[in-house]
Design a protein around this ligand. Structure first.
Ligand code: SDX
Length: 392
């Protein structure tokens, strides 16, 4: 008995679950984590505070925060044999491909994460995932520079530790610039969760089969990599660089994006849910001006981005389709000013989104949600008899 199967390509009008984690209103441009507005959290919280809030549902007390932060600081080291897995990658491997592979490899180093007989100490795997992702995320960059990887330093806070592992060199002292770590903290908070987006839905679907957390997060990283999703932040900078190389001719790219046959999209524009503005894009655009001026960075692509935004917002094609800058449009400009290379931008998105993925995976498991298994409408051939090879 199949009854009616309704197809909803891209799940544009399908709710996959109930969740108490993130609320967003696409018309009003509202985004809240557990009821707290993104504007407040981005200004007043640390990324680990927001991670705690998303995963456990409440902002931590001082005591809870100290313990959580201590647990994370003391689990940042990665099993040395993971380096052997890493060494096998070519130097030009895309950091997202490396990251999703290494996160999946973590399940091999923590077999109690998938052994159904072992006590599924999810708490410990959540801590390990949060603590170790930044460590392994920096390895690709160091290898691309021909530099030795850095070990985590338990004296440093989460953002400073990441920056130190990224940029410290054995030959000179590296001081974390507070402007840089503050900007990173804000960006990570703004990326931390976004209800049932493509990669989060992927994490939930994989986890719904009771697959372990590392395999589920690794699948989420794979989905995020796509240029229509988190991969857009790399595409945006490459697009802005192309416009710059093209004498700043933004109208040419607007026209290309409007011409369907071009196959070109204005990356960083449009959103499935936000139809007036993406509140994160507003905060990031403001932060871009602030961070670049504090760092004394003059990046011509920032002006090109603003010109492009202005031109698109005055163009019928974009206005009629309610296409506005999304979270990916300005974020790369800040990452670049922080010294992060373009091919690491989506890795930064993954580090930010990790607590959201974990919170959603945990909620799905605690709610004992059924395995995800949608149906289809069959459009293939009706029954046919087998034809032997000689008669084909
Ligand atoms: C993220 O879901 C989330 O919450 C995601 C995210 C998160 O935090 O997890 O917010 C992060 O992924 C942000 C989006 C990053 N992607 C990009 O910037 C890539 C460019 N944007 C598009 O590909 C698109 O806007 C999507 C993917 C974001 C949304 O796609 P939809 O909702 O499926 O919309 P669509 O492709 O059906 O587009 C509707 C119309 C189409 O034209 P018509 O068929 O009506 O003539 O708008 C056009 C599209 O061709 N269109 C664009 C466009 N985006 C949509 N035309 C030119 N440039 C664009 N960027």
């Amino acid at each position: 008995k199949t009854g009616y199967i309704t197809i909803d390509n891209g799940f544009k009008n399908t709710g996959s679950t109930k969740s108490s984690i993130t609320f967003l209103d696409g018309e009003l441009g509202i985004l809240r984590y557990r009821g707290y507005s993104i504007e407040d959290l981005a200004e007043k919280a640390t990324f680990l505070e927001v991670s705690y809030l998303l995963i456990y549902g409440e902002l931590p007390t001082e005591e809870q925060y100290k313990e959580f932060e201590y647990e994370i600081r003391t689990h940042t080291l990665v099993n040395e044999d993971m380096r052997k897995v890493f060494e096998g990658f070519p130097v030009n491997a895309h950091p997202m491909g490396v990251l999703s592979s290494l996160v999946s490899a973590m399940s091999a180093f923590y077999p109690d994460s998938y052994d159904s007989n072992a006590p599924a100490d999810t708490e410990m795997h959540i801590i390990r995932m949060l603590a170790k992702l930044p460590t392994i995320a920096t390895w690709s960059y160091k290898k691309s520079q021909g530099h030795p990887v850095n070990y985590p330093n338990n004296e440093l806070d989460y953002c400073s530790n990441f920056l130190n592992m990224m940029f410290a060199l054995p030959v000179e002292k590296y001081e974390v610039d507070p402007v840089v770590s503050k900007a990173l903290n804000k960006l990570l908070i703004l990326h931390a969760d976004h209800e049932q987006n493509c990669s989060t839905s992927t994490v939930r679907l994989v986890g719904s089969s009771q697959a372990n957390i590392y395999s589920s997060i690794s699948a989420g990283i794979g989905a995020l990599w796509g240029p229509l999703h988190g991969g857009a932040n790399q595409e945006v900078i490459e697009m802005l660089e192309a416009i710059k190389a093209d004498g700043g001719d933004t109208q040419k790219y607007i026209n290309m994006a409007k011409d369907k046959s071009s196959g070109f999209r204005l990356f960083g524009f449009g959103h499935r849910v936000y139809k007036n503005f993406d509140p994160r894009a507003r905060i990031i655009k403001k932060a871009a001006d602030d961070v670049l001026s504090k760092l004394g960075v003059n990046d011509p692509v920032l002006e090109i981005a603003k010109t492009l935004e202005q031109a698109a917002l005055e163009d019928e094609y974009f206005v009629s389709r309610k296409l506005y800058p999304n979270v990916d449009f300005y974020s790369g400009i800040i990452y670049r000013a922080l010294g992060i290379p373009t091919n690491m931008f989506t890795v930064m998105f993954a580090i930010g989104r990790l607590p959201g993925w974990i919170a959603q995976w945990k909620e799905m498991r605690e709610n004992k949600e059924p395995i995800g298994r949608p149906r289809q409408v069959y459009t293939g051939p009706t029954h046919r008899d087998f034809v032997s090879m000689t008669d084909r």
